[in-house]
Design a protein around this ligand. Structure first.
Ligand SMILES: Nc1ncnc2c1ncn2[C@@H]1O[C@H](COP(=O)(O)OP(=O)(O)OP(=O)(O)O)[C@@H](O)[C@H]1O
Ligand SMILES: [Mg+2]
Length: 457
């Protein structure tokens, strides 16, 4: 059944119909059985009501001889109906012993059944006590009715019922299968549409208009997945272009300088200067490649591993001391607020905080103060760096954490900054189960990240 909704539905329809027909067939059979039993009892009651007064009225043995003949006459050849009169005096008895060989003279009055040898079905009996009268003692008058014809009717009815129910179940299963296949037509159409989407065109989407409501949701989700894929694809393409672009400039410089040096004879000092300059370019390229490798690791789900318990305030102080020369140029001061004891990778924390402070120092108003805030939210530490500076447009704010994204690309490309600093901050946050944030208001630009204390994970 696995793999086919139509077959599953057909099976479910068939099971439902089996259940319904089983219940209704059982009820119908019970009701027919009851009415057949009522019919038998009515016939027995009728025969008693005719004969009981006759038996009760006479006591002369001569009359009883005639009565026995009459009962013989009333008994059909196939003995479908039988009579017994049970009493102590044989002159007032009839019919011989009961078919089961039991003594029925003590049985209570009313209806009962008795098995008759040679017959499939039992005989239904009605017993009545006829009170003694004159010389006749008390006798028990029994009328028996063979239940075989009634039970045959019941059996035939049951067979017909079972056959028609089985046929009904098969028909419903077949019809159910056909209906389900017909109903699932739009799913097949949708799958054909999905199959026919051209491989090279990431802009193509499924047509949701013509679909029934239930499938529209699926198609919309599928289109959403395609859109995300397209966005990821575009990002990847842009990223490749960015990497190529970032590496092209230092490579061009290296090639150019080397060609010039080869073309004109240089003395040792000039060659040393050239090598020094080339080394710087190579170091820049090395930094980009290392950063890229670090980001790729974080993106593939790498977590922080070199964990230690630290005071964030103490660690932030070390970072600021290390960056003192950068701050000195613009005569900037740094204030560190708050503290929290956490278990994190301190090396990664320094790297992120340094990136944020370096950015802040680059964009801060000269002689202003940079604020480093350390706020605790349960097991999460929120680290933010604010500086006074030009407001940043929301369009940029949302994208600054992307690799190679710079608010002022033209200007930024000309210097040594590649636009990877904030993506590294984001990678460090994700390696600690945290996130990044940025906002610009009241002349203050704030960039930050959160870290989850790793021991608590
Ligand atoms: N404090 C800030 N004030 C204003 N703009 C900022 C600030 N911090 C970052 N930005 C903007 O975000 C961009 C991306 O920053 P990011 O640190 O990722 O790259 P970068 O500093 O240009 O280069 P890198 O950090 O690789 O040397 C910057 O180019 C700048 O436009
Ligand atoms: Mg930076």
């Amino acid at each position: 059944m696995k793999g086919s909704i139509a077959k599953r539905l057909a099976l479910m329809f068939a099971l439902a119909v089996t259940l319904i027909t089983a219940v209704s067939a059982t009820l119908l059979r019970c009701s027919l059985k009851q009415s057949l039993e009522d019919q038998m009892q009515n016939e027995l009651t009728l025969r008693h009501s005719v004969l009981d007064p006759v038996l009760a009225k006479y006591d002369s043995p001569e009359f009883w001889v005639g009565l026995r003949q009459k009962l013989d006459g009333l008994t059909p050849a196939d003995e479908r109906v039988r009579y017994w009169v049970l009493g102590d005096n044989p002159a007032y008895s009839y019919g011989g012993a009961m078919p089961d060989g039991q003594d029925w003279s003590k049985r209570p009055d009313g209806f009962s059944t008795v098995e008759v040898p040679g017959r499939d079905r039992p005989m239904m009996l009605m017993v009545e006590t006829i009170a003694a009268m004159g010389s006749r003692p008390e006798v028990r008058f029994i009328v028996g009715l063979d239940s075989t014809p009634f039970m045959k009717t019941l059996d035939n009815f049951t067979k017909t019922l079972v056959l028609t129910s089985a046929l009904g179940v098969v028909l419903v299963a077949l019809l159910g299968y056909w209906i389900a296949r017909f109903g699932l037509g739009p799913v097949r159409r949708l799958s054909r549409q999905a199959n026919s989407l051209p491989p090279g065109d990431s802009k193509q989407r499924l047509d949701t208009e013509a679909l029934p409501g239930e499938l529209q949701e699926l198609a919309v989700s599928f289109n959403g997945a395609l859109a995300r894929q397209e966005a990821a694809w575009c990002q990847l393409e842009g990223f490749n272009a960015n990497v190529a672009h970032e590496l092209r400039t230092p490579l061009t410089n290296l090639i150019g300088q080397t060609q010039v040096a080869l073309a004109h004879g240089r003395d040792v000092n000039e060659l040393q200067d050239l090598l020094q300059s080339n080394l710087e370019e190579l170091e820049r390229m090395g930094t980009i490649v290392n950063d890229m490798l670090f980001l790729a690791g974080a993106e593939s789900g790498q977590r922080a591993t070199e964990l230690s318990d630290v005071s964030l305030n103490e660690e932030a102080l070390k970072t600021v001391e290390y960056l003192e020369p950068v701050l000195h140029d613009k005569q900037l001061s740094v204030v560190i607020q708050g503290d929290m004891q956490v278990c994190i990778d301190r090396r990664l924390f320094h790297r992120s905080l340094a990136n944020l402070i370096q950015n802040a120092a680059r964009y801060a108003v000269p002689t202003s103060t940079i604020t480093v805030s350390l706020v605790s939210h349960g097991m999460q530490a929120e680290v933010s760096v604010s500086n006074a500076g030009e407001p940043i447009d929301n369009v940029h704010l949302e994208r600054l954490f992307e690799r190679f994204y710079r608010a002022d690309a033209a200007r930024a490309r000309s210097d040594a900054h590649h636009g990877l600093g904030l993506s590294i901050v984001r990678a460090v946050a994700s390696m600690h189960g945290g996130r990044v944030f940025a906002y610009s208001k009241n002349g203050l630009n704030t960039f930050g990240f959160s870290l989850t204390s790793q021991a608590a994970r």
